[in-house]
Design a protein around this ligand. Structure first.
Ligand SMILES: [Zn+2]
Ligand SMILES: [Zn+2]
Length: 354
């Protein structure tokens, strides 16, 4: 039999730990053999961490947990087994590159008693650049795609998705960066750059202008090496926009690869405008308007239409002759106000896709 050094109680082998009975251990004991100190290298460019000789994309907490679980015998006294651990609160820098964080350790004593202790761990992070990022940095930019336009910035995430879903493109793209009125994509290869530029332009109704700047003559290949710049201009309009065209007001119903489908606000007449005409300045975005509301047609009689705004409960009556298209009970319409005039338009779901 063993005796507890604190309370003097006689204890069985399985309730005895490091000179104490399990109850005293919970109160006064220390399961740690030494403070956890981890040294890691982290890439400043991609954030990956060097762990066991390999650069891995994991969080710092993930690495800390893995390391402690694998090396627990080094940090814990014998008879104590670590079953799990979690960080408490944030990580604080206490010296340059030295960080400290509290962690809760869940442990089993003698395979029987569950105990919980908190300890602060230290992590020393050496900032460096991983070999992969170094290899990429040494590659030369040979093409730049400049995506520009009033709504270009809002398309960035969709463009990034196109790049992610195409391994060839993803490999060729070095970086994407915000720029005034849009964003820039820098690539190491001109062929995929051209392909991407035209894909973006096709998707959003843009135009592409190519310029090539000679950097140096390659005698071996008999041609110039240089940077290809592809300027992609994206129209400011999107589906649901109001535009002025031929001195009349229109709503943009649909944008496709060739141009924009418009519907006249007054007459509901349709028109198709190729992008050339847009870029020629014939279609002008109207920004000074508001939407009075979305209404449901609740009743129609000989001359009047009764509309209900379901959000506000507001009822509106209007002459049938004010509505330039056929309507039925149950239809949804939208009222636009442009220059103090009200226009009734079918409620195209999808609306503004920008
Ligand atoms: Zn005791
Ligand atoms: Zn890296």
């Amino acid at each position: 039999m063993k005796y507890c050094l604190k309370c003097g109680r006689e204890v069985s082998e399985e309730d005895y730990v490091n000179g104490l009975c399990i109850d005293c251990f919970r109160k006064y004991g220390n399961p740690f053999a030494k403070q956890v100190e981890i040294r890691v290298k982290q890439c400043v460019k991609c954030g990956s961490i060097l762990y066991k000789g390999e650069w891995v994309q994991d969080t710092l907490e993930g690495i800390i947990r893995k390391h402690i679980l694998e090396h627990q015998h080094k940090y814990l006294i014998s008879g104590v087994e670590l079953v799990g651990l979690d960080p408490v609160g944030g990580i604080h820098e206490f010296s340059k590159g030295g960080f400290q964080q509290e962690w809760v350790f869940n442990m089993l004593i003698n395979g029987k008693h569950f105990v919980q202790f908190t300890d602060s761990i230290k992590v020393f992070i050496e900032k460096t650049v991983c070999p992969r990022c170094m290899a990429r940095a040494s590659k030369k930019i040979t093409a730049i795609i400049q995506v520009r336009g009033g709504k270009a910035a809002s398309l960035r995430s969709r463009v990034e998705e196109i790049i992610r879903n195409d391994p060839g493109l993803a490999e060729a793209v070095l970086e994407i960066e915000d720029a005034p009125n849009g964003f820039d994509i820098r690539l190491i290869d001109q062929l995929p750059a051209r392909k991407l530029a035209y894909t973006i332009s096709r998707m959003f109704g843009g135009t592409v202008k190519e310029t090539f700047k000679n950097v140096k003559y390659d005698a071996r290949k008999g041609g110039w090496l240089g940077i290809l710049t592809l300027s992609v201009r994206i129209p400011d309009v999107s589906e649901g926009s109001i535009v002025r065209y031929g001195n009349e007001l229109w709503i943009v119903v649909k944008l496709d690869e060739k141009g924009m489908h418009l519907e006249n606000l007054k007459s509901a007449r349709r028109a198709f405008i190729p992008y050339d005409e847009y870029w020629g300045g014939k279609v002008v975005l109207v920004e000074n308007y508001y939407i009075k509301g979305v209404y449901e047609v609740v009743a129609i009689d000989k001359s009047m239409v009764y509309l209900l705004n379901r959000d506000t409960g507001e009822m509106v009556e209007t002459l049938i002759s004010n509505i330039p298209f056929r309507i039925e009970k149950g239809d949804e319409i939208k009222i636009f106000v442009v220059d103090n005039n009200e226009y009734i338009v079918k409620n195209y779901t999808g609306g503004n896709t920008a």
